[in-house]
Design a binder for this molecule. Sequence first.
Ligand SMILES: [Mg+2]
Length: 165
Amino acid sequence: MPLLRPTLYFHSVCEITPQLLRERRIAALVLDVDNTLATHGHPAPFQGVIEWLDRMRLAGIKLLILSNNSRRRVAPFANRLGLAFTSRAFKPLSFGLRRACRQMGTAMSQTAIVGDQLFTDVLCGNLAGAKTILLDPIAPEDGPLFRFKRVLERPFRKRYPREGI
Ligand SMILES: [Mg+2]
């Protein structure tokens, strides 16, 4: 199903390089939080994320956080990283992504949504006409709903192999 096909698929956000983004004409990244930049609900980012953000900024890539999680979760995390954010974004609905593009001044086609979930992050980007970057969930979540979603994602992840493999 093309709506679930990511433009790029990496293991970790830190594998995204300015060169890869230039090749794909991506000027801005709209970043998920949980299982993309940090473990679900964890206040500190994954190891290497701060340095990766610096590399992106240095390369002139625009950055913004777009999360379905609560303001209480997202605001302190985004402030810590120095990023603008939208919480309770209701991905895969695309109004948050559209607003992010307006805020950053980038066209949808030059913008990539980055996240670990096919049915929220990738679907949101594809529905809106953005580029999409799928990541592996680094620390799988607990709970039956998340487990169910991961089972549904499995055949699609197998179909779309990761970069560099
Ligand atoms: Mg996530």
